[in-house]
Design a binder for this molecule. Structure first.
Ligand SMILES: Cc1ncc(COP(=O)(O)O)c(C=O)c1O
Length: 420
């Protein structure tokens, strides 16, 4: 998508993978020191060696420190596990819920949701329990809908966990602290484990909104909420980094039952270790160059530029969709996606039926074939019956995004003419 990588991360990675460069290349001293620290912390002082199964201890400690500074509450590095992207960690924890001897375990997931969850739930023989996000209220989470969903699921499974994605994929929503509090209370009432998918924590765009972690809110609420079991996930793929091919991630396990955590860590160790370069990338995220260090200014400038550009593209996309006939798009407040709702004329719905396709899939294919623009139909994420959506990303650079939105508008006008 043409995003410029963060120089500090790439320089550290280059030296970690080819340490001979440390003595001969012209890069800032803090880059050299960081690479050397990471190498020293690697078994065998080489990024080619297996690392500890749950990640390099030095990096786990830096992550714990990052979380402490973010939330204002202690974090124990023994509860941090580095992973090959957030996906791996999410799946490890999800797998804990299989083999319930009494009744199938149910996991509450938002609709629409990022399909990793429905796929993992199916893979581990669990039961999905969907709860709808409130599109008319900027995709907020409504407790009466959570109550409806859990009640409806009681006969088919024992609901044991809830997944919350904040900021949201595909919705672009950001939960308010009050909304997070409501979810925590609901989870407590029903004794649910919380999967807090917080991979977009750096991607919050309105100046009057801020990311707040589940852990922070829970700790602020005090006992008994501060004793609840939560797993929070973070990724190198999102934020200002966008290094999704490196496969870096971490999870923090908050208050997990000690025996369960021991089994989980044992199971994870059978995968040997997450990639050492992904871990090195996470180290740069957890401990970026501090003010006064040689790389700080450049790092801050690049990070701020990426986030500012995403913010303006978030507005550009939502405004453009809202100007198209038959479209309604919520403000893109976070993450990297717009998920507009749109009308499909009756004639097009009939044509889709003839082709044995869902109407939104028919639309997405027609768009792809006629313009080359690729979006994901709303049915891939789940949507209220009778509504149609698609997800598009705001990741293309501004010039390309503008061009794409113009082509999209022409397509939509032509589509409406053809089928009305
Ligand atoms: C909500 C959410 N969680 C997790 C992931 C997976 O991230 P990773 O690349 O770290 O595995 C994604 C990727 O798009 C995502 O959108």
């Amino acid at each position: 998508m043409g995003q410029t990588p963060i120089t500090f991360i790439r320089q550290v990675l280059a030296l970690v993978i080819y340490p001979d460069l440390i003595s001969c290349i012209n890069v800032p001293d803090d880059v050299k020191k960081r690479a050397q620290d990471i190498l020293n912390a690697c078994g065998g002082k080489s990024a080619g060696a297996y690392t500890g199964s749950h990640g390099i201890d030095m990096i786990r400690k830096n992550v714990a420190n990052y979380i402490k500074n973010r939330d204002g509450y202690d974090s124990d590095f023994n509860n941090i596990c580095l992973s090959g992207g957030a996906s791996a960690a999410i799946k490890y924890v999800m797998e804990l819920f299989c083999n319930n001897p009494c009744k199938k375990s149910g996991v509450m997931i938002p609709i629409p949701q990022y399909p990793l969850y429905s796929a993992s739930i199916a893979q581990f023989g669990l039961e999905p329990v969907g709860y709808y996000l409130d599109e008319d209220n900027n995709w907020a989470l409504d407790v009466s809908e959570l109550q409806r969903a859990i009640k409806e699921a009681e006969s088919r499974c024992q609901v044991r966990a809830i997944v919350v994605i904040n900021p949201g994929n595909p919705t672009g929503s950001v939960l308010s602290p009050d909304n997070v509090k409501t979810i925590i209370k609901f989870a407590k009432e029903h004794n649910l484990f919380i999967f807090a998918d917080e991979v977009y924590q750096d991607n919050v765009y309105p100046s009057d909104m801020k990311f707040v972690s589940f852990k922070k809110v829970m700790m602020e609420m005090g006992s008994p909420f501060s004793e609840m079991e939560v797993a929070s996930f973070m990724s190198l793929s999102k934020g200002y980094m966008g290094e999704c091919g490196l496969r870096g991630g971490w999870m923090e396990l908050v208050n997990m039952d000690k025996d369960v955590q021991a089994h989980l860590f044992k199971a994870i160790s059978s995968n040997l270790c997450p990639t050492s370069l992904g871990q090195a990338g996470m180290d740069c995220v957890a401990k970026p160059p501090a003010p006064g260090e040689p790389s700080h200014e450049r790092w801050l400038g690049e990070k701020s530029a990426v986030l500012a550009s995403l913010k303006s593209r978030a507005k550009l996309a939502a405004d453009a969709f809202n100007a198209m006939p038959g479209f309604k798009c919520n403000e893109v407040r976070g993450a990297m996606y717009a998920f507009p709702r749109f009308e499909i004329p009756k004639k097009a719905i009939e044509e889709a039926k003839k082709q044995n396709k869902a109407a939104d899939v028919f639309y997405a294919f027609k768009l792809l074939e006629e313009t080359g623009i690729c979006v994901v139909a709303g049915s891939g994420f789940g949507q209220k019956p009778g509504t149609y959506h698609f997800r598009t990303t705001i990741l293309p650079q501004p010039k390309l995004l503008k061009e794409m939105l113009d082509i999209f508008k022409n397509f939509q006008e032509k589509f409406l003419k053809e089928f009305s």
